[in-house]
Design a protein around this ligand. Structure first.
Ligand SMILES: [Zn+2]
Length: 173
């Protein structure tokens, strides 16, 4: 049975919150924290296939089904990137959204849009490019680039009814 359709997957990522106070929380204004979550969404198209070289051809077909087709298949991915932080009192913004757009263009679009993920994305080399693994790679690419606020969640939709979530240190608020 194909593993890339019809399931909701929650994938947590490594990483620790090192912000002030030593903890992570979010809540309504006036609560202990004035943290706000802001999300930017982009879309990209890419192709992939699922294949584990440790499996026999039969095992690959049994485990991955149609996703093991050697010629691959495509998806229109939707990526939601959420950053947490307190709005700057001068700009009113958690972070410069133009800068976030540039980071997403550089780190995700240029790397993955219209690519065959198995062969053209170095960060996925040696991994099966499932929705979970792609989301994890995107987390690792974006986290060091975001200097204002802290990366809170990466949500990657492979289709309307399937997405993977990455959170810092597995925490969700
Ligand atoms: Zn697929």
């Amino acid at each position: 049975m194909p593993v890339c359709f019809g399931r909701r997957i929650v994938r947590t990522c490594k990483g620790l919150w090192n912000g002030k106070g030593g903890g992570f929380r979010c809540g309504p204004q006036g609560s202990e924290s004035d943290m706000v979550l802001i999300t930017r969404k982009i879309e990209f198209s890419a192709s992939h296939l699922y294949h584990n070289p440790a499996f026999s051809p039969d095992e690959n077909r049994r485990v991955f089904g149609k996703c093991n087709n050697p010629h691959g298949h495509g998806h229109n991915y939707t990526l939601e990137v959420t950053v947490a932080g307190e709005p700057d009192p001068v700009t009113g913004m958690v972070l410069d959204l133009k800068e976030l757009k540039e980071i997403l263009e550089r780190e995700v679009m240029q790397r993955m849009d219209h690519r065959f993920l198995n062969y053209e994305v170095a960060e996925l080399k040696g991994q099966i490019p499932t929705c979970e693994n792609i989301a994890r790679v995107i987390w690792d690419l974006l986290d060091p680039q975001i200097k204002q606020g802290r990366l809170h969640r990466v949500r990657l939709y492979e289709s309307a009814d399937l997405f993977a979530d990455c959170y810092r240190n597995g925490a969700a608020c």
